[in-house]
Design a protein around this ligand. Structure first.
Ligand code: AMP
Ligand code: ZN
Length: 114
């Protein structure tokens, strides 16, 4: 059994509130949302962060971004706008070291980010 939380979600060992999926990625709602709409898009394969997906499996990165767009449509935030965030490394507050994109929306986003 993998000790990676998101690999365990991919394997179906931990339940997730799945919003959409494709052959390369799964999107599910964040367990601790920081916006009215907050989902995560993760690759099915394990990579530590988004840059490593780009290096090892660029097609999967494209499919992750496509799925993020689907999530925005399903969540009804595609028109008003949303934010895609990829915290990368501890200083950026990455806490799960399986690549993921946050899809955040449903409220006005501040800038610069904290
Ligand atoms: P990050 O801090 O960028 O690494 O984001 C990790 C995200 O994973 C956080 O927003 C957590 O709330 C979220 N998270 C952790 N465990 C789960 C889980 N079991 N299901 C859904 N989201 C989770
Ligand atoms: Zn993993």
């Amino acid at each position: 059994m993998s000790d990676c939380l998101f690999c365990r979600i991919v394997a179906g060992e931990i339940p997730a509130d799945v919003v959409a999926e494709n052959e390369a990625a799964i999107a599910f709602r964040d367990i601790t949302p920081v916006a009215p709409k907050h989902s995560l898009v993760i690759p099915r394969a394990h990579h530590a962060n988004l840059v490593e997906v780009a290096a090892a499996a660029p097609d999967d990165l494209v499919k992750m971004v496509q799925l993020a767009g689907e999530v925005a449509a399903v969540e009804g935030i595609a028109e008003e706008g949303y934010r895609l965030v990829a915290n990368t490394g501890a200083a950026a507050h990455q806490t799960v070291f399986h690549a993921h994109l946050h899809v955040l929306g449903g409220r006005s986003m501040g800038w610069p980010p904290g």
